[in-house]
Design a protein around this ligand. Structure first.
Ligand code: PLP
Length: 400
């Protein structure tokens, strides 16, 4: 911008040079842009099928669209209560009691947020003092890395393990005097792992012994296969006051763009989370909070059908990946297949680019789920219509 001297309308013939902005370091320099969202941009640029970012290409239930339109027309167009519309918090309390086995006071223990993304960030900012250690099981959903950096946490990674159960000794060793929190994500992105009751009890006991908070991302809680059951660690005895349970409408109701999620925690933790949430976002979109009530009131059959549909899509993609030469197994939950690509002789980023540019299918490089390593992995989502998945599988057969 050109500057004029005070009192003169004309620009000076010799404007004072503006001081050069001294580059300084910033916490934003310590992490990269989201690789998942970058893959989406590349997929769009190359007209590739996007099996990178986990969002559906099919519509959400009609009841939700009707409820959203009705809310707009009924003038729910101003700020809702900062921590969430009262009827939505009541609906969440009702649903969480029935499904997750946790009894919560909507007045003091539920905070509605802009998706679970904000719930996680607000919880970490609220509960962590810079320098505290936070245990992050690896591979992890990529947001947790930047969340740790932004909140000043020192991440301590533990292997999630490839097998059926976690390595208890490694997990025990990760708890130190400095540990403030552990992040649990079950069903897990990217592996699909669903933590067993025994594993959750083991983790809960470690949290109690070391006075640690569990921050648990349960966004895929309804997307389960082969008889696996979802258990909220916050429902286990001794965990009521030391758990933040994070949920969202994004995946359960196929509305990732609505940005409505929530954080559930005892009143002490909630008080802090609400303060951060207020100054970060003021609140989640008011009309969509109203529509969310309609979502939470859908019948039980909705959830059974959701899981059944994802089971069918899971099998379509799995079959296609195996046929195309990927080494993978069927996930227990969530909507991703985490593949091993060692046999293709390319590293994850190069292979992901190759797939987008020459085959026309986008996936996420495995290294974005690890602080170190992961170059032999690629993640595909099956949160797409059957025909999208069939076409992607047809294209994948052409990998050269
Ligand atoms: N947590 C996990 C494990 C996810 O996989 C995702 C999205 O892919 C999110 C959180 C983001 O959820 P939301 O849309 O509620 O912010």
């Amino acid at each position: 911008m050109k500057q004029t001297r005070p009192g003169t309308a004309k620009p000076s013939a010799h404007p004072t040079p503006s001081p050069v902005l001294t580059p300084r370091t910033s916490r934003a320099d310590s992490f990269t842009e989201s690789v998942i969202r970058e893959m989406t941009r590349l997929a769009l640029a190359h007209n590739a099928i996007n099996l990178a970012q986990g969002f559906p290409d099919f519509p959400c239930p009609q009841e939700l669209k009707d409820a959203a339109c009705a809310a707009l027309n009924a003038d729910f167009n101003q700020y809702a209560i900062t921590w969430g519309a009262q009827d939505l918090r009541a609906a969440i309390a009702h649903r969480v009691e029935a499904y997750n086995g946790m009894v919560l006071d909507p007045e003091g223990e539920i905070t509605v947020t802009c998706g679970s993304t904000e719930a996680m960030m607000a919880s970490m900012l609220a509960l962590i003092t810079p320098g505290d250690e936070v245990i992050v099981p690896e591979p992890f959903y990529e947001n947790y890395g930047p969340d740790a950096v932004i909140s000043g946490a020192v991440p301590r990674y533990v292997p999630l393990g490839d097998g059926e159960s976690i390595d208890e000794e490694a997990w025990k060793a990760a708890f130190t005097k400095k540990t403030r929190a552990i992040i649990i994500n079950s069903p897990n992105n990217p592996t699909g792992k669903v933590f067993t009751p025994d594993e959750l009890r083991f983790i809960a006991d470690l949290c109690i012994e070391h006075d640690v908070i569990a921050i648990t991302d349960e966004i895929y809680e309804h997307i389960l296969y082969d008889g696996h059951r979802h258990i909220s660690i916050g429902s286990l005895s001794g965990m009521e006051e030391r758990t933040v349970t994070i949920g969202s409408l994004s995946k359960t109701y196929s509305v990732t763009g609505w940005r409505v999620g929530y954080a559930l925690a005892g009143a002490g933790l909630t008080g802090r989370i609400r303060k951060i949430h207020d100054f970060l976002t003021v609140g989640a979109p008011a009309p969509l909070q109203q529509a969310a009530v309609a979502a939470l009131n859908l019948p039980e059959s909705y959830y059974r059908e959701l899981a059944r549909n994802y089971d069918r899509r899971r099998k379509i993609l799995y079959k296609g990946l195996i046929k195309a030469g990927f080494d993978c197994r069927l996930p227990q939950g969530a909507y991703y297949i985490f593949t091993d690509i060692s046999g293709f002789g390319m590293t994850d980023v190069a292979f992901a680019r190759h797939l987008i540019e020459t085959v026309g299918v986008a996936a996420v490089p495995g290294s974005s789920f690890y602080h170190k390593g992961g170059e032999t992995k690629l993640r595909f989502t099956f949160s797409k219509k059957d025909e999208t998945l069939h076409e992607a599988c047809r294209r994948l057969e052409q990998i050269g």
